[in-house]
Ligand binder design. Structure first.
Ligand code: MOS
Length: 754
């Protein structure tokens, strides 16, 4: 399988390091001209179309399917049901490890959530498959549904997020609350949000004996290979995944979903290539969602405004058949200094698909509640919200007691406030109106997200023609990996960007790990960086050991790689080109390898997080309660910035998701049927251009010597945190009304007329 390569470089690359250059996306032209090939754009010879039939009940069993009617439809080739599905080597309900999620692969007639696949119709055309699926007319035996967070059979989850304890305690919260002169206790609710990347999950699968080729969007190809290998009983290396471009991932494509596997099963069943693409409404069930939360915050503070206690409790939900618990309360471990901090979670089980990772899992809903409560406390203390946050600034990570590897949050507050004009904010609410008479309010929130790393590998090659190659099977969900990682590659190889080939996006390349947890640039970037260092060291060995080289005797540590030449560090007038070194050695090329991973020693010593401050201006119609965000200024510090243009775009995307969280996104669940009632982008609202305010993202300078050698933290998720809280706080400042239920609905504000 040919790997996917991008070699074009924009004209404005300057000599010297490509790191830090604001390059445009190298895949941008491909995308805007429609030539970037997404999974569903593939069309191998002989391909059939598969369409899912999904359940319209949330709990019970499928009592009947009219398979005969579907099969009789012209063009329908096969109908895959529990009766004839190809055998699997592994029970899809087997739980190998906490992050092998149970999948619905037609293993029985049970229905455990709405929109669960119950059959797959395979046909010569998409239309025939769609019509065939409609003809199945399933009948059900429905059972009573568990919906909503109110049920009282809640329990303490075994773990939250990725293996974190559900309850943590630092100091004595009850004593801290008792000692407080000011107390705030409030309950905040966030709704279920369903994954709705622009590109729905899709797969084009072709089998050749026991070898499988798939085009499918993935945020983790090696994990997908392992899961598919287990299910089909084949070797992971016999599974070839192409995933060069994703139309968004946001966590939903981190693990291979059931529908993607069903497409592969369908191809196995019919012995021909098969394409399966989810319809938009089918995204509301089998591909993960963010669980709803109900969070109780109890804060205490002294008369000086210093926090004496933070108690953050989150009630959330998982499915009836698997475990994923949104770690919403854990953001309180990091944000504010307090002698006493307790976090706890409880959960109920609902007849929904299993919730999963969704952009800033934990921090996104958690920071809404905490940042709202902090604002309420600042108000109760009669303090400016920024002054209150500075008063409670965490100099070390409060719960762990560890020093931060770096923390430029104070600079974020200062630069963001300055740019926004925060200093002229009146303390009391309802003080500002615009020229049209709308109520104007200003609010702020603190943003934070851990600086994580997973594991990645890369391979580097320098060729005798003076060009280089870097290979790593990275994932570009739209965040810009094709560009940012290539910049790190060019830097690591000491070549200009137009002299390297960056090969990525397929599973046959070295494993670049997971594009998730805002960790991809750091992890894959470090693999690339170390592969570059490895090949340069080998090249330097060739030169410095050869008395015909001007570098003879310089020693490895004594050379610098730049612009396709090695220079003596102590005398830059002495240099030699890569091409000359390789030619004299008679080598057509030379290869190096590298890996990127967390440094456990640094991890155990330091708390590693990106930080930011978001300032929001809203305008509220006093008669109608309509809220518009008119301005957002975010200032973020996330270590080394590889490409400021792309990073700014990540921050904008996160902040827009924050607008969505505050004002728009809401899966409306029917309490009787358990079904999402708005499974389409007409009624499941996300911000459109007209909802997006003036955005500014300030890239605050920060050098982190501990996170990794390049100093990279993550930028993908932090923008989602803090923003929605800032907007809610601005709504309070505009109206004097504290809305604690998200998204903020105009009926909560309709009584604002003065
Ligand atoms: Mo993410 S929720 O780490 O794509």
């Amino acid at each position: 399988m040919p790997e996917i390569t991008l070699t074009q470089a924009p004209a404005h690359v300057r000599h010297g390091s490509s790191i830090g250059q604001p390059l445009t996306r190298r895949d941008g032209v491909l995308k805007v001209t429609g030539t970037a090939r997404y999974a569903a754009d593939n069309h191998p010879d002989g391909m059939l179309y598969a369409v899912l039939a999904v359940s319209s009940i949330s709990r019970g069993r499928v009592a009947g399917l009219d398979v005969g009617a579907a099969k009789a439809h012209p063009g329908v080739v096969e109908v895959m049901t529990p009766a004839n599905k190809p055998p699997l080597a592994q029970d899809p309900d087997e739980k190998g490890n906490p992050f092998t999620f149970r999948l619905d692969l037609l293993q029985s007639d049970r229905v455990r959530y709405a929109n669960q696949p119950v059959a797959v119709v395979i046909a010569e055309t998409l239309e025939a498959a769609t019509e065939g699926a409609a003809l199945l007319s399933p009948c059900y035996e429905a059972e009573p549904v568990r919906a909503g967070l109110d049920s009282d059979d809640s329990f303490v989850p075994p773990a939250v997020g990725v293996g974190n304890p559900a309850e943590e305690r630092h100091g004595d919260v009850d004593a801290g609350l008792a000692a407080a002169t000011v107390r705030v206790e409030a309950v905040y609710e966030t709704p279920a949000q369903y994954h709705n990347a622009m590109e729905p999950h899709a797969v084009v699968a072709s089998w050749d004996g026991d070898t499988l080729s798939i085009d499918t969007p993935s945020q983790g190809m090696a994990m997908a290979q392992a899961r598919i290998a287990g299910l089909f009983g084949i070797a992971p290396e016999n599974i070839h995944i192409r995933s060069p471009f994703l139309g968004g991932g946001f966590g939903s494509k981190g693990l291979i979903s059931g529908p993607q596997v069903l497409g592969i099963m369908a191809a196995r069943l019919v012995g021909r290539p098969v394409k399966l693409v989810l319809r938009r409404e089918q995204m509301f069930g089998p591909v993960g969602h963010r669980a709803p939360t109900r969070q109780t915050l109890r804060l205490g503070a002294g008369s000086d405004g210093a926090l004496t206690a933070i108690d953050h409790h989150a009630k959330t939900a998982s499915s009836t058949f698997d475990d994923f618990f949104e770690p919403a309360a854990n953001v309180a471990h990091t944000l504010y200094a307090s002698p006493a901090i307790a976090t706890s979670h409880e959960a109920v089980r609902l007849d929904t698909g299993t919730p999963q990772f969704m952009r800033a899992p934990g921090e996104a809903p958690g920071s809404i509640a905490l940042e709202s409560a902090i604002d309420e406390m600042a108000q109760a203390c009669g303090m400016d919200p920024l002054a209150f946050r500075l008063k409670n600034y965490a100099e070390v990570e409060p719960v762990s007691g560890k020093p931060f590897s770096s923390k430029a949050l104070r600079d974020c507050y200062t630069q963001g406030a300055e740019r926004f004009g925060w200093a002229s904010r009146p303390l009391a609410p309802r003080q500002m109106r615009d020229e049209a008479g709308l109520l104007v309010g200003w609010g702020m929130g603190t943003a934070t997200f851990p600086a994580l790393m997973f594991q990645a590998q890369a391979r580097a090659v320098l060729r005798s023609d003076g060009t280089g190659v870097m290979e790593t099977g990275a994932h570009d969900m739209g965040q810009g990996a094709w560009t940012a990682l290539a910049q790190i590659a060019a830097d690591g190889l000491g070549l200009d960007l137009d002299r390297i080939e960056f090969r990525s996006g397929t599973s046959d390349l070295p494993d670049a790990g997971i594009a998730g947890g805002s960790a991809h640039t750091a992890t894959a970037g470090m693999a690339i960086h170390s592969a570059g260092a490895d090949v340069i060291a080998r090249l330097a060995d060739l030169a410095t050991a050869d008395e015909r080289s001007p570098l003879f005797g310089a020693g490895n540590a004594g050379v610098i790689a730049r612009g396709g030449r090695l220079f003596r560090r102590d005398d830059e007038s002495r240099s030699e080109s890569y091409a000359d070194i390789l030619a004299r050695a008679g080598l057509p090329e030379i290869e190096g390898r590298g890996s990127g991973a967390t440094d456990p020693a640094a991890q155990s010593t330091y708390a590693m997080h990106a930080h930011g401050a978001v300032f929001a201006e809203v305008k509220v119609d006093p008669d109608l309660g309509q809220v518009r965000v008119s301005r957002l200024v975010g200032a973020f510090a996330a270590g080394t910035i590889i490409n400021p243009r792309l990073v700014r775009s990540q921050y904008y995307g996160g902040m827009i998701w924050g607008v969505s969280f505050a004002l728009h996104e809401h899966a409306v669940m029917d309490g009787r049927s358990g079904r999402p009632m708005n499974p389409n982008l007409g009624e499941y609202h996300v911000p459109v251009n007209a909802d997006v305010p003036s955005l500014e993202a300030i890239l605050v300078e920060e050098r982190d010597p501990h996170v990794n050698a390049l100093g990279i933290k993550g930028v993908g998720e932090i923008g989602v945190t803090g923003t929605a809280g800032a907007i809610a706080n601005a709504v309070w400042h505009a109206t004097g009304i504290r809305v604690r239920r998200f998204p903020i609905a105009l009926e909560s504000l309709i009584a604002t007329a003065a």
